[in-house]
Design a protein around this ligand. Sequence first.
Ligand SMILES: Cc1cc2nc3c(=O)[nH]c(=O)nc-3n(C[C@H](O)[C@H](O)[C@H](O)COP(=O)(O)OP(=O)(O)OC[C@H]3O[C@@H](n4cnc5c(N)ncnc54)[C@H](O)[C@@H]3O)c2cc1C
Length: 638
Amino acid sequence: MNRDSRDRELGMDRRITRRDFLNGVSLALGGSVLASSAGQMFALEETKSPYQPEKDPAYYPPALMGMRGNHDGTFTYAHQLRDGDFSQDASKPEDTGEKYDLVVVGGGISGLAAAYFFRQQASPKSRILILDNHDDFGGHAKRNEFRVGNRLLLSNGGTQSIENPSEYSDVSKRLLQELGIETQRFYKDYDQKLYAKLGTACFFDHETFGEDRLVAGMNSTPWPEFVKQTPLSDVARRDIARLYTAKTDYMAGLSREEKRAKLAKISYADFLTKVCGAHPDVLPFFQTYPHDLFAVGIEAISALACYENPDDYNAMTYAGFDGLGLGEVEEEEPYIFHFPDGNASIARLLVRSLVPGSIHGQTMEDVITARCDYGRLDNPGAAVRIRLNTAAVRARHAGPSESAKEVEVAYMRGDKLFSVKGAACVLACYNMMIPYLCPELPEPQKDALHLGVKEPFIYTHVALQNWMPFHKLGIQQVVSPGSYHCLTKLDFPVSIGDYKFPSKPEEPMVLFMLRTPCKPGLPRRDQYRLGRYELMTAPFSTFERNIRDQLQRMLGDAGFDSARDIAGITVNRWAHGYAYEYNSLSDPDLPLEQRPYVIGRKQFGRISIANSDAAASAYTNAAIDQAYRAVQEQIKNT
Ligand SMILES: Cc1cc2nc3c(=O)[nH]c(=O)nc-3n(C[C@H](O)[C@H](O)[C@H](O)COP(=O)(O)OP(=O)(O)OC[C@H]3O[C@@H](n4cnc5c(N)ncnc54)[C@H](O)[C@@H]3O)c2cc1C
């Protein structure tokens, strides 16, 4: 079949809501499209000035589909600064005359939390400005909305869940409580029974495994029976069954500490073949197990990290460790602390608190369906203002950093360079960008910050007319180690307040598909770098074709029809996703004070550094804790 007819069969020519808006180019708007991200979706009269897309009543980013995440327009100026191509003179911005007690760069959870803490500790009347280069606030904690018929479906564009909330610091726990989040509520709101009878299937693709075959019962059928149904070679079947069932101590003779030390320095791939003696044919089956957590495969992650981080939620239980006698892995809390839009609800609760009237209501229930009024986020006269579609390009002390009383922050909005002043400044943005914002920082600090480049991910959400094929197959998710997306699963079964999860298979559903664009075999940082490049260059149509093709091949025999059943697609492209996390396999084991993220986050006069990057930990509690630390540093100045 040629590509055109395959495309037609998959529905590449079908209308899906808003698909006309691709890669930041509106097919309908033609010449009135603005260069910035907001221009991607909102027609503005060209005469309207100043540039204020958020005031348009039609402005509502959560409902946008197509390419989201780090959408077009967000990285233009950052990359120009990096490449030395920034054409404006950053030292000569147009002064807006605005003065704040605090200017925050980055409107993710860390930046919003910094504003919250500062207002709480400095003064409830503090004047605060938050700048963010995306068209929506929340950073990774973004909300995706779909409408299928009359049904509203929510999903998380990035930051998914509150993980292990009992392990949050007192500061983070207190913030959640003050925002009205009772994590215990999820034991009731999250339906832990709905999917209990639905299992996991593994999809073996023709390109990697020689034929397309979907095998249900992964992790529930005894492994020797499960592998018999797969297209794997006889030796691979034999060894996978052995690795999962035999309780062999493959490291006999070593103490527990010696085993751990060795596992920390060997990849999981090498552990399987060199320590457990498995045939290399098993490797493609396990290759993508760590993708969700580490954004690379088994050849780039230590066996110890795999042992310590079994991904039970996604059914990725690592084989080969059972007989080693390493002791029990600490039991985690269930993975149920999930708002229907993920941790976007935390960001929205912060915004509700910071900008009264922007999101109506008072509780963690009513925030789910409350619509944000984006037009109110940046009102003159408000104590706290959130300025979206605004990329900071410079943060500079007005005078020597030791004695200056102000920081001038210059930013691009529309295609103009402006500045504001703040008595304090928290940079809660991507840490690797900070050396370009503050070239005056000491060189070792800039070198350290440059190392914190985030890891790339794609969180795609596909709105389906129904989820009958999953019901028919008795599965809630598909693991697909050789495919474009390595994991596909039904959305979280959580109902809060007026928002009801689609619990019947005939109802519309959101499907989550994960792609990690790593390049196996290369050093980890290079894998991320090339992955980011892939994300920046692949057009939406590449994602769409792969989504349709993969779903058809996996679920077609169960009645799924890509052309008929797909109602919407949102590709959350996080070229800068998880904070770079240190790994014993590829990073030196340095004392805390010598670690790059610790050197990088050092206070610089009236500028402090937050973001989860500053903890090298891709978690919401890290984002909050770093915000708190940064604010403490600045409070001392007030
Ligand atoms: C796909 C994905 C899933 C995740 N899932 C989870 C999860 O389930 N649980 C969990 O705890 N954590 C999760 N995380 C980790 C997540 O990064 C943190 O939990 C948290 O949301 C990070 O918040 P932050 O404010 O530190 O950073 P960010 O969310 O990255 O926010 C920083 C903001 O600063 C902006 N910015 C950068 N440079 C500039 C500039 N020059 N000018 C203006 N703005 C700028 C950025 O664009 C961004 O909006 C996930 C991350 C990703 C990518």
